[in-house]
Design a protein around this ligand. Sequence first.
Ligand SMILES: [Zn+2]
Length: 235
Amino acid sequence: MTNGEVRRSSRVLVAEFIAGIGEGNKFTKLDLNRAIPFYAQNDRRMRDLRECGWVIDNYKVNPSLAPDEYLVRRIGVRIDLGERPPKPARKTVGGAKRRRILERDGHVCAICGVPAGEPFPDAPGRRAVLTIGHLIPVARGGTDDENNLRAECQRCGDESRDNTLDPPTTDFVLTRARNIRSRKEKKRLFAWMVARRKDPDDTELVFLDWCRLPHSEQLRVMQEFGRQVLADDEG
Ligand SMILES: [Zn+2]
């Protein structure tokens, strides 16, 4: 048996096992390892299934689970029954829908808050170009429904595409938001939620303005300001 055959068949076995557990039910790592002989590959096989639209929570995305527990939230493409994963229909969203999403998201990246056409705060030489991205990637069953779309700059879009984790659960986000210690930070987060964007704070705004000065003026401000920063350190 070649490696390829082992990989294919273990993936099908893992799919069969998890489909047998059923949506809404839990299993443990031990259950899985007992059921499938190729257990060294089981984590990778579950990642493969997520690419096929299966939603399997672990303790990282679902704080109610123990570290060795998994929850079957959705059974995706039944590769164990010979179904084939769908090819992504279209990669880009255009036309009127694209304009509506950009308008709704205020022409800023919904992830980092950089406005369209503005330089990145940490990389002034690069300017943000917004595209429309999917919250749940198309490859994992995400649709072109407007609820699943958001404005993304080229950097966040790239990072999202590299991210193979499933989106967080509602409980996970709410728990983390509630656990923020400082009341001031909580209020800030709430304001971002209401505005659906991360407003740059005063320091970032000053920096963005500084980026728009001619180079010689940038140097002047940097030197003057630098003197004050150093003086503050000494005093
Ligand atoms: Zn961004």
